[in-house]
Design a protein around this ligand. Structure first.
Ligand code: SAM
Length: 483
């Protein structure tokens, strides 16, 4: 929906977007004043303050810190100021994801819907850049499979990079329009629709959100959402859960959308009946939503609601796996988990999923354009399989499968900038690590380690524009294997 050049025009230093001229955009008062009533001036004031900075930690790539917790998310934390994340090796190691705090409410809704510790087939329909998907991967029970779909090809590449760095197994990435769900009726146990929206909730984080907002944009987004939701509903299994969210306050993009689902028999889930932490609970035509306003919560604008589809689904048929290829046998030695696996190769890359999902993956493959049909583990290079860049960051990498070269912060930044690492006697492949966490691969060339980090993952800037992140430097945890 957003054009890169238009965005660049509105780019400005970090800080409240709305100190720029043109705020509030024409027509906004008419849309929000009736909704907020006497709270409206407080909202406008909050929208002119600096947005809080928050991150969500990876569940197993742990490191020591002393940050303040986001109350509604077990892995969410606030930072006091916005540092240069780009120059922090832990970001590149997938140890955390920079995400605004309100959208971390997904965790509360997930728990309230009874989804914890279950083995689910989940779909994140509008997934880029990967905030909800990486959170879902942290929340889903072991043995679940997440399909992260993004319609926009360029945004899908960003999603892929972010999820590969998050490094959790049983993750599939697709690049399809929602209409392709028509070939997958009653398929998923959980569908998250984090819909494209008019973005009022992003006003203070993103100057472009202010510049592009018009009443017509809200109507256009409402139409897109109206088309998308029934497709998602039909792809949900009986007994399945649909979570709908936006980062806007427009009722036509929120409660009004959900009324149609209720009319189709959807049963509203009441995630937090007491609406703690300054949340606002909204109930309208049988739909129940939670609203976040920046004058009430320490986060941006957000709306979230959940529904259960009536009925009960039959258990899925057990999948059969075929014989393993020689490549799969070799690559299996690099992996930590002992579950039965299914491998498939696509464009010189070998991907793996838990064998129980292999039949489902065949079905998904017929309906969607799968750009990553599982976790990538190996790539074909000069006729042999070598470890894939994503495997370096995967929680499924067996810790002793490759030698490790631990880099301090300066060396890690140099590695991330694409530089070779001096060595005494370097041979074959080794894992470059920082604080015990994998960053990427090295290839020995005698007196140096050649750098195998993909071009697209490298830091292009020479120097940080803001202060570097300063985590607590004591008692580092070891990288832990996923359970
Ligand atoms: N869930 C993401 C996250 O948490 O990082 C953010 C998703 S963003 C709010 C909405 C996404 O929907 C965008 O990536 C956008 O490209 C995609 N989108 C735009 N138009 C769409 C359409 N007509 N159908 C499906 N997705 C669309």
């Amino acid at each position: 929906m957003r054009d890169k050049r238009q965005r660049a025009k509105h780019r400005q230093p970090a800080g409240p977007a709305n100190q720029a001229q043109g705020f509030p955009p024409p027509g906004l008062d008419r849309h929000l004043q009736p909704l907020l009533g006497q709270d409206y001036p407080a909202l406008l004031k909050a929208l002119q303050e600096a947005p809080p900075v928050s991150i969500r930690l990876h569940p197993t790539k742990r490191f020591e810190h002393d940050l303040a917790a986001v109350p509604w998310c077990s892995t969410g934390f606030y930072l006091d100021e916005r540092p240069s994340f780009t120059f922090d090796p832990l970001l590149h190691a997938g140890a955390y994801y920079v995400q605004e705090a309100s959208s971390m409410l997904l965790e509360q809704v997930f728990i309230a819907a009874g989804l914890k510790d279950r083995e689910l087939l989940a779909l994140d329909l509008c997934a880029a850049p990967g905030g909800k998907s990486s959170h879902l991967l942290s929340l889903l029970g072991p043995g679940s499979l997440l399909v992260s779909n993004e319609i926009d090809r360029r945004r899908c590449s960003v999603l892929q990079e972010n999820l590969w760095k998050w490094g959790m197994p049983n993750s599939v990435i697709a690049n399809s329009p929602p209409e392709h769900l028509q070939a997958l009726p009653a398929c998923f146990d959980l569908i998250v629709v984090d819909a494209p929206c008019s973005g009022q909730g992003m006003f203070r984080k993103d100057p472009f959100a202010v510049a592009q907002w018009t009443p017509a944009l809200a109507e256009h987004c409402a139409m897109t959402q109206r088309n998308m939701l029934p497709l998602a509903w039909e792809a949900l299994r009986p007994g399945g859960v649909l979570i709908y969210s936006t980062c806007t306050w427009e009722p036509q993009e929120n409660e009004a959308q959900l009324a149609a689902l209720v009319a189709a028999g959807a049963i509203a889930i009441d995630p937090l009946p007491n609406a703690p932490w300054g949340l606002v609970r909204s109930e309208w035509n049988g739909a129940i939503g939670l609203r976040c306003y920046p004058h009430r919560v320490r986060g941006e604008g957000f709306f979230i609601a959940a529904f259960r589809k009536p009925g009960e689904a039959a258990p899925r048929k057990a999948a059969r796996t075929g014989p393993s290829s020689p490549a799969a046998v070799e690559v299996t030695q690099w992996l930590a988990s002992h579950t039965e696996r299914s491998f498939r190769s696509q464009q010189d890359t070998l991907f793996v999923v838990d064998a129980r999902w292999s039949g489902v993956l065949d079905t998904l493959d017929q309906a969607l354009k799968l750009v990553s049909p599982g976790a990538p583990v190996a790539e074909l290079h000069a006729g042999t399989w070598r470890p894939h860049p994503a495997l370096a960051l995967s929680s499924d990498l067996r810790q002793d499968s490759f030698p490790r070269v631990e880099l301090d912060e300066e060396q890690a930044v140099q590695y991330l900038q694409g530089q070779a690492i001096p060595a005494h006697e370097a041979h074959a492949y080794a894992l470059a690590t920082h604080r015990g966490l994998g960053l990427g691969w090295l290839k020995g060339a005698g007196k140096r380690w050649n750098n195998l980090l993909p071009e697209a993952w490298r830091i292009r800037a020479q120097q940080a524009k803001a202060p570097r992140v300063s985590w607590s430097r004591t008692a580092l945890d070891q990288n832990e294997q996923a359970p």
